[in-house]
Design a protein around this ligand. Structure first.
Ligand SMILES: C[S@@+](CC[C@H](N)C(=O)[O-])C[C@H]1O[C@@H](n2cnc3c(N)ncnc32)[C@H](O)[C@@H]1O
Length: 241
């Protein structure tokens, strides 16, 4: 899968993209990443990429011409604009991005981009959360990271992502490793029992408990058995509606 990132700050991205799992995926040729400097597509000799907004207001906007030219040279591909106004990015969206051969990620700066570039060239505006970053680079990295790890072969084991949080509509269960006792806290006995059915059931309950504590709204659309619904109610879940 090929990601092309369009940014005014290419130097801010290479370190992350070259490290660990993503770096190895690139080395293995499973993921290709190209970083394109939008400034290279500026028309004037000073390579200006921003301008004042029509109608007044604080801050500057990314000028349409360099950005449009940078996007056009990257086509064909699915064009995503990182934006706090976008649709929320989530695990399901990461999964569907793996269906594209090429994804082009546009990193905004300043107050954002001229709307006409969005109207002409952007397929989707995507937000990584309800907060405002100074630029789209972190958002683009988050989108690439979450998408790339779903490509077969990128993680060590083929199903390493299958039990992650959100994959089954719930947050993931807690994990423990050695030592058995750490600063007075013991690993739950059941995880040492070797009884896989009981371990599976403990993990499922732990997953329900964590989801209820941190993201109770996820339980409303999770695929729960009647027994699990009864148990979740007994520990404080109040289903919507
Ligand atoms: C300072 S922000 C612009 C915010 C814009 N004026 C607004 O209120 O919607 C600059 C750039 O950072 C990126 N950005 C900021 N927050 C983001 C978020 N939550 N998700 C994705 N991209 C974001 C976008 O590319 C945006 O164009």
């Amino acid at each position: 899968m090929f990601f092309e990132i369009l940014t005014l700050f290419p130097e801010s991205m290479e370190g992350y993209l070259g490290a660990s799992i993503l770096g190895r995926a690139r080395d293995k040729g499973l993921v290709r990443v190209k970083i394109t400097n939008i400034r290279d597509y500026a028309l004037d000799k000073h390579q200006v990429t921003d301008d004042r907004p029509y109608g007044g207001g604080d801050g500057m906007l990314m000028k349409p011409e360099p950005l449009a030219a940078a996007i056009r040279q990257a086509l064909p591909g699915r064009v995503l604009l990182t934006s706090p106004r976008g649709v929320p990015f989530n695990q399901a969206r990461a999964g569907s991005l793996t269906g594209y051969d090429k994804v082009i990620l546009v990193c905004g700066r300043y107050e954002g981009v001229d709307q006409r570039v969005i109207d002409l060239l952007v397929d989707e505006e995507i937000s990584i959360g309800d907060y405002v970053l100074t630029g789209g680079e972190l958002a683009a990295l988050a989108i690439i990271d979450a998408t790339a790890r779903l490509i077969p072969g990128v993680l060590g084991g083929e199903d390493s992502s299958a039990e992650d949080s959100f994959s089954q509509g719930l947050l993931e269960h807690s994990h423990y490793t050695r030592p058995r006792e750490f600063e007075g806290l013991e690993v739950p006995e059941i995880l040492l029992s070797g009884d896989h059915a009981r371990i599976r059931s403990w993990r499922r309950m732990d997953s329900l408990r964590t989801t209820l504590a941190n993201r109770p709204e996820l339980l409303d659309s999770a695929d729960l058995t009647e027994e699990e619904r009864t148990w979740a109610r007994s520990i404080g879940w109040k289903p919507a509606g």
